[in-house]
Design a protein around this ligand. Sequence first.
Ligand SMILES: Nc1ncnc2c1ncn2[C@@H]1O[C@H](COP(=O)(O)OP(=O)(O)OP(=O)(O)O)[C@@H](O)[C@H]1O
Length: 242
Amino acid sequence: MTVTEPLLEVDQLNVGYGEGIVISGLSFAIEAGGSLAVLGRNGAGKSTLMLALAGHLTPRSGRIRFRGNEIADLAPHRRCRLGIGWVPQGREIFAPLTVEENLQIAATNGPWTIERIFEMFPSLKARRTNFGDQLSGGEQQMLAIGRALVTNPRLLLLDEPLEGLAPVVAQDVARCITAITETESMAVILIEQHAGFALRLARQAIILERGIAVRNGESSAIAADRGALEQYVGIRKPGRAA
Ligand SMILES: Nc1ncnc2c1ncn2[C@@H]1O[C@H](COP(=O)(O)OP(=O)(O)OP(=O)(O)O)[C@@H](O)[C@H]1O
């Protein structure tokens, strides 16, 4: 029997800032094409985990293996080249560049082309010559997602993609993220305050509480664990999609 290695394997990860530890002893794995929701209250350590996976924070200890490579000490651009696409919480669009230029500087050969991003987000196409700081919050989020997709990643990291969006725009972005995860073979890790959306989207889920995984398993089991959602995520019942 052939045992296939997971796409991403995180083992006993410890991450912090200065002297303080934020993520403690975190371990999980994702298969190619898998999906993971990371839930938890504000300050639980969700973004810190994403920063460590994307390469913007070096772990204090522990292993991060991606496609067979140990990447814990690898710079962000080298992780990107290996196939990790990152949609940061603040979107971090390049303001002096146009929509098209933001995509062009990230684009690599592969199924995700700039034209395909424009098909998925027609409003971006209409604004292809607008500068990054001339876009609405929703358009910036679409551009941040598009910019990560045109790197043709094997793993897409999405840090609160619906945050701060008007409900109708959030629905649009949520629909596109759902379509991407359903039709593509790329794996996704999603941080989202909209726990209902995250749990429906992802097959696996982790709940973080002060940097420790207090739940780690199938999303369906975690969605049914109302006690844990109330205690650690602060919701009485999973809401519908944003
Ligand atoms: N640059 C930093 N320097 C020092 N401490 C930080 C820094 N960024 C975050 N922290 C601390 O790390 C802890 C986890 O923060 P993090 O942003 O990872 O949480 P989160 O779960 O993503 O929360 P939120 O939903 O509010 O973004 C918090 O106590 C926060 O104050």
